[in-house]
Design a protein around this ligand. Structure first.
Ligand code: ACO
Length: 371
């Protein structure tokens, strides 16, 4: 019998994710990539036991993300006592909807014959269109209560575990009553259909979710002034969606085949514009940003604050009282003496930026003044 090592496969290598275009004859593969992490699914070691020559093909229709899982291998380990090959389908059932497990032939014929794909539009409303390197892209957004949006999220969100360390898919059944607080933002590439000028194909590029985190305001503080500020009716019950809230960006993903083409920047900026335009949104926050997202956020927030002249109002004070300017060892000048803190707070609130992120931006700005 071969030793254990021969029967163990790197799960990240074995799993191959493909985006396939439907409705244009035989399935056309638009992009293929491997997951970055599989430990939440296959365990800390990210290995699958019991196969030789293993390949797990996870394919998604480019437009509505209909998924299919196909497990291929040369040899499978014959069970010896309690030692059995990993049941890959069974393991993935916790992560993927039922439709993923239909026979590969059924999936192929669905993809081949899905003529609706050529006239399909992403669900929700169109927020923005842009071009990058001569290709057309669109950002769409809608509520998670929209069944078409929910279906796409159910199908695609395994990718959150594959590409965001510590990222967890939304437990959609548990969200239930808070579902209307969630919005989804999709980026799709709009591909021309060469056989028909009126048709086009949409292909997923990435998506993000945001959550309305309701800000508690004690009843006695709901003054007429505040009601006016948040556009709330003074004499009617307040609809949950018009309550002042923090927008929290929860999951943010651009597919690897589209990285470094400015899509993350477009998506983040489009989301921020919707939060800024919403009078009930008081602050934009991010749930557990990683380093790559922190960079993206800085690259987007800093130019925005420069362009709207927020940063130009901030400078270090040059007229400190003499006892603070004397160079004595250990002297610490209080921040309140160096910076116009009330003005800073005003600018921060106007731009709806969370305190820690605003402090980063102010620091960058001050460094730019002295460098
Ligand atoms: N000056 C210099 N560089 C810039 C500028 C600028 N003004 N603007 C952008 N960049 C660079 C960035 O440094 C980065 O460079 P790199 O590609 O060499 O790393 C790149 O441009 C990033 O910009 P975009 O192309 O707009 O970003 P992209 O579309 O690649 O998306 C993202 C970035 C979202 C982090 C993507 O890599 C991704 O999805 N990663 C995997 C999932 C992930 O980590 N998501 C964030 C988790 S945190 C959360 O979900 C809240």
């Amino acid at each position: 019998m071969a030793d254990q090592e021969d029967w163990s496969t790197d799960a990240n290598e074995a799993l191959e994710i493909s985006i396939v275009q439907a409705g244009s004859g035989s399935p056309k593969t638009l992009s293929t990539f491997h997951p970055q992490f599989t430990y939440p699914i296959f365990g800390e070691e990210e290995r699958i036991f019991g196969y030789q020559g293993l390949r797990v093909n996870l394919r998604f229709a480019a437009h509505d993300l209909r998924p299919n899982i196909e497990v291929l291998y040369d040899k499978r380990f014959k069970a010896v006592g309690d030692t059995k090959a990993t049941n890959i389908e069974e393991t993935l059932k916790e992560w993927m909807p039922e439709v993923s497990f239909e026979k590969v032939g059924a999936f192929n014929s669905h993809i081949q014959n899905d003529s609706s794909a050529r006239h399909w539009k992403p669900p929700g409303e169109l927020l923005e269109s842009y071009t990058s390197k001569g290709r057309k892209f669109e950002i769409w957004s809608g509520e998670l209560t929209d069944p078409a949006i929910r279906q796409i999220i159910e199908r695609i969100q395994i990718l959150i575990s594959f590409f965001i360390e510590g990222g967890t898919p939304l437990q959609l059944d548990d969200l239930d009553w808070t579902l209307s607080r969630w919005r989804v933002y999709f980026i799709y590439e709009k591909l021309s259909d060469l056989s028909s000028p009126n048709a086009s194909h949409y292909s997923i590029v990435g998506y993000s979710t945001s959550y309305r985190f309701v800000t508690y305001i004690p009843h006695q503080r709901l003054t007429p002034h505040l009601l006016h500020d948040f556009n709330l009716p003074p004499d009617k019950p307040i609809a949950p969606n018009s309550l002042p809230h923090r927008a929290r960006i929860s999951q943010f993903l651009i597919l690897p085949s589209h990285h470094s083409h400015g899509h993350g920047t477009h998506l983040y900026n489009a989301m921020v514009q919707t939060f800024l335009a919403d009078p009930t949104c008081v602050e934009i926050t991010v749930e557990d940003p990683n380093e790559a997202f922190d960079d993206l956020r800085d690259y987007c927030d800093y130019p925005r604050l420069l362009a709207n002249n927020s940063l130009s109002q901030i400078s270090l004070t040059t007229s400190l009282p003499p006892h603070l300017t004397q160079k004595r060892p250990g002297i610490r000048v209080p921040t309140s003496k160096l910076l116009p803190l009330p003005l800073l707070e005003h600018i921060r609130k106007k731009n709806k930026i969370a305190p820690r992120q605003f402090a980063r931006l102010v620091e960058m700005h001050l460094l730019s003044l002295i460098s």
